[in-house]
Design a protein around this ligand. Sequence first.
Ligand code: S3P
Length: 169
Amino acid sequence: MGKNIVLIGFMGTGKSSIGVRLAQKLKMEFVDMDREIELVIGISVAEIFKRYGELRFRSEELLMARKVSMRENIVIATGGGTVLIDENVSVLRENGMLICLDASPEDIFNRVNRKRGTRPLLNKNVSVEDIERLLQERERFYACADIRVNTSAKNMDAVLNEIIQALNS
Ligand code: S3P
């Protein structure tokens, strides 16, 4: 059974962009949970939060975690909050290696600012300090990863090589 590679980590750590490239390199299929949820509901994640609230999003996220976990040999990008729910972690782990992408609060700030308005949990005046605080609050959840890779001050190829090396060792 081909294990899935599950990318976890805070918003703006590169789960989706690295996931696409990692899947290409490993000749695996890539699945982005947030994009899949958007396809099912027919509106963006930001719009789901706005119209129906976070609780509804989290229940869609759990259904999606169960669904993608039934597949094999795929690279999965989770949302930044997926691992806050224990059941998501246990189903994703059943057939997957959990890789946490980390980044400095400054890098995260710069990345999320470029896509302002798409992340409902970060308001448009979010500061580096806010991100630092949220990172600290969530650290114990990200600590469930089998492998952690820091993406700050590294180019895409370096990050991909580090992940592949870690997977092989
Ligand atoms: C969330 C992160 C988002 C998305 C939703 C909630 C979070 O995904 O799932 O807005 O709780 O951290 P990204 O990590 O891709 O931004």
